[in-house]
Write a protein that binds this ligand. Structure first.
Ligand code: SAM
Length: 281
């Protein structure tokens, strides 16, 4: 069984170091349980994970889909999980290794398709190209109103300086109806495509989140000095809605220096989760 994963260096919108430090909630057991349930991986299935990031979720899927006998043999012999990785732009299957065509029982993808704003239809074509006839795709990514408030603050910050935020914004956050229609347009049969609200406590803080996801996108054109100052500005715009602290319960403001108690940041994630089946011939 193989589980190659497509990743495009030109689309490296976040570094691995920042991703693991500030965004490990993306692949946490809690946040990935719903999509793994929907995938319902069976022993011996051939599954491809599109957009592997730093690979933690890919490893979970590989472990779920390996026949028990092979898995225990590999463990006893000290082998790694034997995942195959490959590079390519999932918006264009011609950038992928030709041997992958029609090879998979299932296509899986988490937290990736919203980065494919340039050609979301191309992603669906890639899914179809990878699947065996009648195979299934299971996906979760940012849907309509994902990161509400923070995205608006990022736009305001750029607009105030005379830049067009729509150009710098890397995200595609469709509604469930829009994404179902796109799947159908490309010959896939969607099911259970729905938006799920998921207020998400951040691993560190909003500045770390922005450094991970906005520094190389919204603020790609700016020096570190300028970008840091703009990200601080976005943090303060978002504080009333996204920050809590025990020193000032319910107020969404910075506590005075020396105040004690816990504090944290939340971002309101909205996930578009669902599945779709490829034509049977
Ligand atoms: C937020 S990470 C998610 C990683 C992983 N699925 C997880 O849940 O931790 C998004 C991933 O999508 C990949 N990606 C974004 N656009 C892509 C594209 N057009 N082709 C291939 N990979 C892409 C990035 O390189 C990154 O690995």
């Amino acid at each position: 069984m193989t589980s190659p994963t497509a990743a495009q260096p030109a689309l490296a919108n976040h570094t691995s170091q920042n991703y693991n430090e500030h965004a490990s909630f993306v692949y946490s057991d809690k946040n990935t349980a719903p999509i793994l349930r929907l995938l319902n991986a069976q022993s011996g299935e051939s599954i491809v994970d599109l957009g592997c990031g730093t690979g933690q979720l890919t490893e979970k899927i590989k472990a779920l889909s390996w026949p028990d006998a092979q898995l225990s043999f590999a463990r006893e012999n000290g082998n790694a999980l034997g995942i195959e990785y490959t590079r390519g732009d999932i918006q264009d299957y011609r950038t992928l290794d030709a041997s992958l065509e029609g090879r998979f029982d299932a296509v899986f993808s988490s937290a990736t398709f919203h980065w494919c704003k340039a050609n979301p239809g191309g992603v669906v074509e890639t899914i179809k190209w990878l699947l065996k006839p009648g195979g299934r795709a299971v996906f979760e990514f940012g849907g309509f109103q994902n990161t509400v408030g923070v995205r608006g603050a990022l736009h305001d910050c750029l607009r105030r300086r005379g830049y067009d935020p729509a150009k710098a914004d890397p995200w595609y956050f469709p509604t469930a109806e829009q994404y179902s229609a796109l799947l159908q347009l490309h010959g896939m049969s969607p099911s259970d495509v729905e938006l799920h609200q998921r207020p998400t406590p951040l691993t560190t803080d909003l500045f770390g989140w922005l450094k991970t996801f906005a520094r190389r996108t919204f603020f790609a054109e700016f020096s570190d000095l300028e970008a840091n100052s703009m990200m601080e500005e976005v943090v303060e715009s978002c504080r009333p809605d996204n920050y809590w602290c025990d020193a000032m319960p319910g107020l969404g403001i910075k506590p005075p220096v020396g105040a004690t108690g816990n504090e944290g940041w939340n971002v309101h994630y909205v996930r578009l989760r669902g599945s779709a089946t490829a034509p049977s011939c």
